[in-house]
Design a binder for this molecule. Sequence first.
Ligand SMILES: [Mn+2]
Length: 353
Amino acid sequence: MVLDLDACINSLFQRQLLAESVIREICEKTKELLMSESNVVHIKAPVTVVGDIHGQFYDLLEIFKIGGYCPDTNYLFLGDYVDRGLYSVETMSILTCLKLRYPERVQLVRGNHESRAVTQTYGFYTECMKKYGSAQVWHYFTDLFDYLTLSVVIDNMIFCVHGGLSPSIHTIDQIKVMDRFREIPHEGPMADLVWSDPDPGREEFAVSPRGAGYTFGSLVVEKFLHENGMDHILRAHQLCMEGFQVLFDDQLSTVWSAPNYCYRCGNLASILEVGVEGERHFNVFEAAPENERPLAAESQRSVFSNGAPTGLYNNGTGTNAVGNGNGNNSNGGTGFLNSPGIDSAQDTIHYFL
Ligand SMILES: [Mn+2]
């Protein structure tokens, strides 16, 4: 079988799922490609940077409408492609195809949700079971996650990562020698890169309320930028009601690309266009109108409700920070919207403890 990536990309744009065997082949090829990428990929502007998408496939299509299609626009995606939204499979499928088709023009950084453990709790596993009737597709994609790079540097000036900094990483060279080809560990530098958050009220590192990674303050940012000769940190990972947030005297930006997060937070989203002179422009947008129609349809099917074949999403352990137990849709029939975890827009990892 000859893999026709353009045909795959076209059918995904038509909202059609790829066959399981095609996903397997695409993931195998993409792993080979990613294997040769550094933990720190150096790229050049212009590039359009995208934050968390979380399975909001219709909003991703909107991003291409606003930001331009591949390969006319270079894209850097900062992770958290899956979980929460209704279309993690479609989102991951199209991003993987685009990476494989245009490897130099599309960069995919790993987020804390690109993980076997997290996707079993926040929806991707259940969605794969529901759409393909087995866990194979989930296995193909989560195996691929282990190969995603951890960071990108734009024009030797902007350090890009999903979460943030780590008390055990002082130089970018230290990231380059890490062994990233593994599940995201519970702690240590690799966990910190995908889990940490800035805290404008602090100067140093502190314990994170998420239960993984750290919060880091102004002095940490200043020191990291100075020691590495960079002038900006660009990251995602945190919901911003205005779609983006700039902190620490313009030394750090958060870009958030899931509008009306979980189809109910009412927030704006943005993509960040980095120009050839290093200029940064946030392009702010609202939720795509298409979200209304499919969401109504999905509600009838109750995608992530009690009928899901795994029970993993609604595991009702009681200690689970995102679980309210048993998936009883007390509000009736809206499936994912009533699923646990949505009450808190900020993910935590307490279920590991
Ligand atoms: Mn995240």
